[in-house]
Design a protein. Structure first.
Length: 426
């Protein structure tokens, strides 16, 4: 089409359909601008964002502090590769390791890359420190996990759609039920070749499944007792989303230095992505202490873009915002209101049966079969009513707005959600 014609939503959708691979099934909304908790489509309709790009935009769309750091760095130096040092990486590495309380960081770009990195570090540690014989290390993972889309990661997924016809799969993973301490204990007791336990503190993608209160602490204790690395994938749950800096911080409300809190369940390896950049740039990170991270030597792992100066500048600004704007506390406060209000509605609802979650990572379960399109239809109607959310697995709708939302905006959103649900009551 000519550049002089104004692109409509229908045009944009047709272009993606014709020229893009069909690896997503988006809601038919074409967004062209974002600010804070709001998004606008190309026709100018305004929406509340209740997905936050799968919790990447915790700091709100186009946060001025983050964007300004990005612009400044982009005008100065964007990429050197790690063939040379740059003047931002070391400063960022000190910043991010102190922020999360680890000795070292390995910077990557996407969440999946960070998970891959953690798997590699864990295996290498198993051979060189734990003394497992080469090629025999196993990593325990959980049913219903989501850790990304690479060949190795989908090898241990049980989402058939994500796996089918992508084999042969990477071996060395043992799946156990999520939130099942006994299952973990049994596997650990039955094998001497376990290197790590990779877990999401809350299973976001699967439908915001919350483990029992003491699950993580017990799992960590079992790992420690068996000299097995406890690896937390906080790509979605981290960076204030669940009402604390990390989901492994438990009920601690401080904005950082959580290692000092009693409720903190210390991961041996921490995986971060998504909101570590506030959604401005692909940034991910793997954090660990020296005795683990030092197994990686020059040439054994890397990425052309990992740790680039723009990523470093953006991530520092994005993490500053989390502290300055007390996003954990806000997520905690608003999350309680969200679950209380939705919970009250659901008591007398036929269409929604349950609300669950922590902080501002929540979901409602829709009363229909897993393969029905009711959740989809509700999301379509919510979009019409000015709020964007998307069904996740089964008949579950995840609600994850930017954490910069005000209480007044949240109450407005709750009334949009409830009035939409009312249109679907039987
Ligand atoms: C999104 C996500 C990933 C993958 O991140 P990408 O940046 O999409 O590769 C990994 N783990 C969890 C828990 C996630 O939510």
């Amino acid at each position: 089409m000519s550049v002089l014609e104004k692109l409509t939503s229908a045009d944009a959708i047709a272009l993606e359909d014709k020229f893009g691979a069909h690896n997503y099934h988006p809601l038919p909304v074409v967004l062209s601008r974002g600010e804070g908790v709001y998004l606008w489509d190309i026709e100018g309709k305004k929406y509340y964002d209740f997905l936050s790009a799968y919790s990447a935009v915790n700091q709100g769309h186009c946060h001025p502090k983050i964007i300004s750091a990005m612009i400044h760095q982009a005008q100065t130096l964007t990429l050197t590769s790690r063939a040379f040092y740059n003047d931002k990486l070391g400063i960022y590495e000190e910043y991010v390791t102190k922020y999360f309380g680890f000795d070292k960081v390995l910077p990557m770009n996407t969440g999946a890359e960070a998970v891959e990195t953690a798997v590699k570090i864990c295996r290498k540690w198993a051979y060189e420190k734990k003394g497992i014989s080469e090629n025999n290390a196993q990593i325990i993972v959980c049913d219903g996990n989501f850790h990304g889309r690479t060949t190795t990661i989908i090898s241990f997924s049980n989402d058939e759609n994500a796996r089918k016809n992508f084999g042969p799969y990477t071996s060395g993973f043992i799946k156990i039920p999520y939130n099942d301490v006994e299952a973990l204990e049994n596997v650990l007791a039955s094998s001497t070749t376990i290197a790590g336990f990779l877990v999401e503190p809350i299973q976001g993608e699967a439908g915001v499944y919350m483990p029992s209160e003491d699950y993580l602490a017990k799992a960590k204790a079992l790992c420690a007792a068996n000299n097995v690395l406890f690896i937390a994938d906080e790509v979605q749950t981290g960076i204030a989303r669940t009402g604390s800096l990390l989901a492994v911080c438990g009920n601690c409300t401080c904005e950082n230095k959580c290692e000092k809190q009693a409720s903190y369940v210390a991961p041996d390896i921490l995986i971060l992505g998504k909101a570590i950049s506030g959604g401005a740039y692909p940034v991910s990170a793997v954090l660990a202490n020296n005795e683990i991270m030092n197994v990686i030597k020059p040439g054994q792992h890397g990425s052309t873009f990992g740790g680039n100066p723009v990523a470093a500048a953006v991530a520092m600004a994005a993490l500053d915002v989390v502290n300055e704007e007390k996003l954990s506390q806000n997520a905690r406060h608003l999350g309680k209101i969200f679950r209380t209000e939705l919970g009250k509605y659901i008591e007398n609802s036929n269409i929604a049966t349950l609300v669950r979650g922590k902080g501002l990572l929540n979901a409602i379960v829709i009363n229909d079969t897993e393969d029905s399109d009711t959740a989809w239809n509700i999301c379509m109607k919510m979009a019409e009513n000015g709020l964007l959310a998307k069904p996740t697995h089964g008949n579950i709708i995840r609600f994850a707005p930017p954490l910069v939302m005000t209480e007044e905006q949240l109450l407005d959103c709750i009334s949009i959600i409830i009035s939409t649900l009312q249109q679907f009551e039987k």
